[in-house]
Design a protein around this ligand. Structure first.
Ligand code: KIV
Length: 246
């Protein structure tokens, strides 16, 4: 087993797992001191390119950003999102996962979904590709308003079953996006692998956030996104000083 993954699995029930996104080398370098996982998320589509959906992010785009991120990641596990329409069947998924890993030296890929994509995940694991799962709100297939998942008993049952199925088939952790608090807690308790929450309460084994949101670089109105800093103010000051000096 990959040693970084082993270390992450060992953190379950001990210390919180820190996961942040990066789309470039300089940010990755700063994050790497604090993070366990650096994710090249397809959120880069909305954050950097103002796309209205992550579906517009393609393989080439994620590979180019990941190559840059790779230059800044030393200690953390690097995970790359498989973009929309790059894992429609198992052969396509394996070909594209291999391509991502070959060009970016990422240690794992992340795919959105549970039961629906389980044959694909099985095939990737059979071929020794490390996989991170993603349940709850799935931006690549989501339609309409963002609503918390796990409010009805049917949804709760299905999400718990999906989480167990992913675990059984070898994913090393699961991102839980916008899952109702008590369900996130239950899934986290039942699973042996860590859950990484975003908008899913503090009851998960770790947390993930889009770094551009965290530092206040990306202006977002999403309710569950917490900004911890206003980096725009500092960039503004630097640019103003440069203008005054010129
Ligand atoms: O694309 C992304 O950045 C993600 C995280 C928000 C989990 O999937």
């Amino acid at each position: 087993m990959n040693l970084k993954i082993k270390k992450i699995l060992n953190k379950k029930n001990k210390t919180k797992i820190i996961c942040l996104t990066s789309y470039s080398k300089n940010i990755a370098e700063i994050l790497d001191k604090y993070t366990d996982i650096i994710l090249v998320g397809d959120s880069l589509g909305s954050v950097l390119y103002s796309f209205d959906t992550t579906k517009k992010v393609d393989l080439n785009m994620i590979i180019e950003h990941s190559k840059s991120v790779r230059l800044g990641v030393k200690k953390s596990l690097m995970v790359v999102d498989m973009p929309f329409n790059t894992y429609r069947n198992k052969n396509e998924a394996l070909k594209n996962a291999k391509k991502i890993i070959k060009y970016t030296k990422a240690e794992a890929v992340k795919l959105e979904g549970g039961k629906k994509i389980i044959e694909i995940i099985k095939y990737l694991r059979k071929n020794k590709i490390n996989v991170m799962g993603h349940l709850g709100i799935l931006p690549q297939s989501h339609k309409g308003k963002f609503k918390y998942k796990g409010k009805t008993s049917k949804e709760r049952k299905n999400l718990l079953a999906d989480a167990l199925l992913l675990q059984k088939n070898g994913v090393f952790s699961i991102v839980l996006e916008c899952i109702e608090t008590s369900l996130a807690k239950e899934i986290t308790k039942v699973l042996k692998i860590p859950t990484i929450g975003i908008g899913s309460s503090v009851n998960c084994d770790g947390q993930v956030l889009v770094t551009d949101d965290l530092i206040g670089l990306n202006l977002t109105s999403i309710k569950f996104v917490k900004s911890f800093y206003d980096i725009r103010k500092h960039i503004d000051t630097a640019v103003r000083k440069f203008k005054e000096w010129s």
